[in-house]
Structure formats: C-alpha cells, structure tokens
Write a protein that binds this ligand. Structure first.
Ligand code: GLU
Length: 304
C-alpha cells in the first residue's frame, strides 16, 4: 500500500501547476499550490501517507460533513424540515434558489445549507465551534487540531455573501439564532486546520458503519453513515458531483482549501490535498490522485 500510494502521489504531481488557489478568502490565497499530500486510513487501523500528508490546511467545506453529522445526532430527521436533500445545480454560494425556495437551502453542503445546520448546533451547544473542534480532535486522535484564527478573521471580513444567505434565511424564519453568532460558528468550523492524515482518520467512521477510530466506539448508526455517504455522493463535490461520481465512484467532500476526503465503504477513507482548484472549486491534483486511487482499487481482471 505504501509504495502504491507513493506511486499515485508521483503521478498526481504531474497535475501541479494547473488550476488556481482560492483567493476570495484572502488568507487562503497564500497557500503554496505546489503542495500535494495523500493519506489513507483502513478499517483495520493501518495508516499510510505520501507527500505533504501531515501538513495542516484549512478544511473549509469538509467541515460541513462534521456539522451535518453532529446536527443529525442532535436533531435527527427534523433537520430535513430546515434543509433539502437535492443537488442545487448552482454554485456553492448562490443566493438565487434560496429566494425562490423561501429560505430552505437545497442541501447541507452548499453554504446556505451548512449555515442552517450551524444554526441547529448553536441551539444545541453552548460553544458549538469548540464542541465541533473537540469532536474533530477525538475522532482524529489529535489533540493539537486548532481553529486557524487568521482564516477565521479573513472569512469574517469577507462574509458579505454568506451573511446575505443567512439574513435571507432569517427573513424566511429558517434561522433561530442571531445571524452573527451563526456565521461565526460556521466560519470557525470551516477554519479548522487539519492534515490529510487527520481527516482520513477523523472521517473513518463513514467507512466502518459508524465506528470511530480506535476501540470501535460507535459514533453514528450504520443507517446514518449510509445516508451521509449518499449526500456526499450527490452533493459533496460542488457542481461537479456528477462528474466526480462517474470518474471516481466514491462518496466524497471537497473544500476550497484544496482538500478532498473520499470514502471506500467497508474498507478505508482517503484524503488528498493540493491547493489549486478547478473552475468548480475542486482541487485539480487531489481529484486526479483520487481518480488514480479508485482505479487501483478495482481487482485486476481474471486471466484470460
Ligand atoms: N468557508 C467557505 C465559505 O463559506 C467554505 C467554502 C467551501 O469550502 O466550499 O465560502
């Protein structure tokens, strides 16, 4: 597996130099586009890494998976009265559908949807951002995971579009708490800094019927795991979810920090990171790494 991963890393490196680092959050624009890391965590607890797999980066929208998981634990099926379950066919920060659909975001992985989910957590926890950080630490087995204050401040300063979505939801009665508090919670979660290794381990419950890393603690039920994976497949890769599902065939979630986590149900989780993004907002080199990875998962054809 180790040699296999290093080979994938070397082949995916050929895509470096394509795409652009996200700059609408200025703190992210300073990322080095030449970085590329891959980490795998198997259900047997084996860890494999290649390249920059241990460098923390801004997880951004990957946090939406943790936000959703926590909100499903606290609110259960009632969450779906607040947020829809279908792909939006619009950019992740679009406001157009939100107005037309009376403040109910299409799904929990577009920004408006994740803000509505964050609102649920603000209602449920005294310090929801710290709670989510602590859950990430526990799931990853890494107590040094932090919220990056510089990224948080940068997101806050450039919050106009997310604030517009939050106010629109508030106007439609789909936000229970104060807009500023909900936005701060949402941005803090997006500003978590984690490495490929941290993310592969933290989200490994999605590959193992809801069992978190280590002694088999059940974090969520198998049914919830299956459903979260389904939402990742349909909505996890922005507007390119269909392309990615066809090319890679694994549930996945990406973020504008350049990370992508993919799940091989029953077997392992894999996280790839490289900061330069394509026009859909997905990392060019990380997507390629996952495509190569998925191809290699297939068993070789039987001898003729
Ligand atoms: N915090 C980012 C935003 O709200 C998340 C974007 C993303 O990774 O998709 O714009």
């Amino acid at each position: 597996m180790q040699r296999w991963l290093e080979d994938i890393h070397a082949r995916a490196r050929t895509r470096l130099g394509r795409g652009r680092v996200a700059d609408y959050i200025p703190a992210l624009a300073r990322q080095d586009p030449a970085r590329l890391g891959i980490a795998v965590y198997t259900n047997a607890g084996e860890r494999y890494v290649a390249g920059d797999a241990e460098t923390p980066f801004s997880i951004q929208s990957i946090a939406k998976v943790l936000l959703l998981t926590l909100a499903l634990r606290t609110h259960g099926e009632a969450l779906w009265q607040r947020v829809g379950l279908n792909p939006s066919g619009m950019p992740f920060n679009s406001l157009a559908l939100l107005e037309a659909e009376r403040g109910k975001p299409r799904n929990p992985f577009i920004n408006a949807g994740a803000i509505a989910v964050a609102d649920c957590l603000v209602s449920a926890f005294v310090t929801p951002d710290k709670h989510l950080r602590d859950v990430a630490r526990r799931l990853a087995g890494n107590a040094s995971i932090l919220i990056d204050d510089e990224v948080l401040a940068s997101e806050w300063q450039h919050r106009a579009r997310n604030a517009a979505a939050a106010y629109l939801m508030k106007a439609f009665g789909n936000l229970d708490n104060e807009v500023d508090e909900v936005l701060r919670t949402y941005f803090s979660c997006c500003a978590l800094a984690m490495s490929c290794r941290d993310l592969a381990i933290a989200l490994s419950f999605l590959a193992s019927d809801g069992h978190a890393r280590g002694p088999g603690e059940r974090f969520v039920s198998p049914g919830l795991t299956r459903r979260i994976n389904a939402i990742m497949t349909t909505c996890g890769m922005y507007d390119a979810a269909g392309d990615f599902a066809y090319r890679v065939g694994l549930p996945a979630k990406s973020g504008v920090g350049g990370g992508i986590v993919a799940v091989v149900p029953g077997r392992m989780t894999v996280c790839a990171w490289s900061p330069a993004l394509d026009d859909s907002g997905n990392s060019v080199a990380a997507q390629h790494a996952l495509e190569l990875f998925a191809e290699e998962l297939d068993p070789p054809p039987p001898d003729a």
